[in-house]
Design a protein around this ligand. Sequence first.
Ligand code: V07
Length: 256
Amino acid sequence: MIKRFQAWLQQKEQSSKPQELTRDNVPEHVAIIMDGNGRWAKHRGLPRVAGHHNGMKAVKRVTIAANDMGIKVLTMYVFSTENWKRPKDEVDFLMKLPQEFLAIELDELIEKNVQVRMMGYREDLPEHTLRALEEAERKTKHNTGLILNFALNYGSQREIVESVRHIAREVEAGRLNVDDIEEATIHSHLLSNGLPDPDLLIRTSGELRLSNFMLWQLAYSELWFTDIYWPDFNEQHLREAVIEYQRRSRRYGGLQ
Ligand code: V07
């Protein structure tokens, strides 16, 4: 009886120790809802755009950290299909961030073998934004390192609706039988087509919602929430999230 108690105590001590990140079992795909830029600015008495600008610096930090950790795909939700409802000045500012980011960072991303991609509705974007994005995609499309996937003008319900429409047209044209529609059919028509589903979703700034982000793809993902505002998010926070992901998957491994 005492032996069993000692073994239980030892196991308990082990599991409460701060864990180290292990190189195996790094999540392949990490997706992030980067919230709290406006609140970060407000706390400092700064305009909201200052929060967005500092949020962009966090994008760079976290991209480098994810690449170093061996993460294969990093999806960042930078602009939703609902964000057009914000004041025009703010939208105009946001639409300049992709080209500003790329003007500063693209050379280093190329050097680090990063592939830049965009997931979202391109037709609504201003031409200057789209041009910068497509140039970055073209210049990095053969890179084989981290896939840096920007969800820009992205909304998941619209994504699912358009996927279903596309499938319905294939049925209408006689190329597909209704009975052959399955999960994989929907999945392959989504904007994330070709990418693995996220293993880990991070949302910053204390909100506990999915906000129309990758609803289909997140069906089996681990979810990790933090109160940190996105502009304050750093390498250490990413490590914390990944360590927690590894702890959870070890635990499930033990039960199976
Ligand atoms: C944006 C900064 C990060 C926090 C979220 C809101 C504001 C980086 C990009 C970007 C997008 C595409 C690309 C390169 C960089 C970006 C928008 C907003 C619209 F190819 N940050 N960031 N785009 N914010």
